[in-house]
Design a binder for this molecule. Structure first.
Ligand SMILES: Cc1cc2nc3c(=O)[nH]c(=O)nc-3n(C[C@H](O)[C@H](O)[C@H](O)COP(=O)(O)OP(=O)(O)OC[C@H]3O[C@@H](n4cnc5c(N)ncnc54)[C@H](O)[C@@H]3O)c2cc1C
Length: 317
């Protein structure tokens, strides 16, 4: 199918973007990578009066260090997040997850700001934003705004963004020393949206878990954090019995839907398996000793060492 007719604007500044959005009274759509928006237009599921292409706005593709964290411009492409040495050195869990987004052609165009704004309940980046306690920076006629990732995803394809608000960058706070990570996804074919995926970070102090973060996608109307499971892990010593208990807790804590791809019960069982694996990987990488299931810790440890001479800034200004 072909989209319904629309006007097209390609402003050269954020001020112009916001002014066009405000003037359209809710009948405009931001165009970033177009990988989700264009199919929706083609199927006529969306019929905006005007598309506001932000690809010529300067400064939105910057990817730079921020203390021990990162600032990710809204127009940073998925493939940049997957391949950047800076990202791999500071947030290897993010680089690893991005390799699971769609196919290379889509990752070459799709953007960080687009993925968060689109808020697909099975997408990887929203889950990572939630896991890493990201802050989403925006601009609107009211000025600059900030959203905690924790309150940003409201439902399937629904975010906290106002109609005249544009995402400008995503800020990821640095991880504490002694933090390991894990990421696991199950999809029917490589490149498909996840049936379920899980990600974790675990910080060890004196052999005990000082902080645990656990996020899932594909099992609810938004990506979710498993706060109760996280709380149970704090203070414990990593081990197989703890991983099994956390996996069972996670299985009973989720309330997934059944759909054509998988039943709710199948997704619950997947959650248990994925949670056990991401925790084992995370505490192995944090120095807790339990072997990562696939030897991935050694492989990614090498990648982290390669990133020792990490650049401070990548991407175009
Ligand atoms: C075949 C296929 C498979 C895919 N598989 C996956 C997958 O496995 N995992 C996954 O995560 N994604 C997947 N995607 C989606 C892909 O990652 C998209 O790139 C992403 O969801 C949207 O990014 P975009 O830059 O293309 O946004 P666009 O398509 O340009 O926009 C998407 C939405 O976000 C809004 N928007 C975009 N940028 C901003 C901004 N800066 N501020 C405010 N609003 C904005 C738009 O108005 C629109 O509503 C897939 C897409 C396709 C076509």
């Amino acid at each position: 199918m072909k989209p319904a007719a629309f006007d097209y604007a390609r402003p050269g500044s954020l001020e112009e973007v916001v002014s066009i959005l405000a003037g359209a009274g809710g009948d405009a759509k931001v165009l970033a990578g177009g990988q989700s928006l264009v199919p929706l237009l083609n199927f006529r599921m969306l019929r905006p009066a005007i598309l506001v292409d932000i690809n010529r706005v300067p400064g939105l593709s910057a990817l730079e260090a921020d203390g021990t964290g990162l600032r990710v411009g809204a127009l940073t492409r998925h493939h940049t997040l997957e391949t950047s040495r800076l990202v791999r050195a500071r947030f290897p869990v993010l680089a690893t997850a991005m390799a699971h987004v769609a196919h290379l052609a889509i990752r070459n165009r799709g953007t960080a700001g687009g993925s968060l704004s689109h808020a697909d309940p099975a997408a990887e980046l929203p889950m990572l934003a939630l896991l890493l306690d990201a802050e989403i920076h925006t601009r609107s006629p009211a000025g600059s705004g900030r959203h905690a990732a924790g309150g940003f995803f409201l439902g399937p394809l629904v975010s906290a963004l106002a109609e005249d608000e544009v995402v400008t960058e995503i800020v990821l706070p640095g991880l504490p020393p002694g933090t390991g990570w894990g990421f696991e996804e199950f999809a029917q074919r490589s490149g498909d949206f996840a049936i379920a995926a899980a990600a974790a970070t675990v910080t060890l102090e004196g052999g005990r878990i000082a902080q645990a973060r656990l996020a899932l996608t594909g099992v609810d109307e938004t990506p979710i954090r498993l706060a109760a499971v996280e709380a149970d892990l704090v203070g414990a010593r990593p081990g197989e019995a703890l991983a099994r208990a956390a996996a069972e807790h996670a299985r009973t804590a989720v309330n997934p839907n059944s759909d054509l791809k998988a039943s709710a019960e199948y997704r619950r069982r997947l959650v248990a398996a994925l949670v056990a694996r991401v925790l084992a990987s995370a505490w192995a990488r944090a120095g807790g000793g339990a072997p990562a299931p696939d030897g991935a810790a050694e492989r990614d440890g090498a990648a982290e060492r390669d990133g020792a001479a990490e650049p401070d800034r990548e991407g175009s200004p």
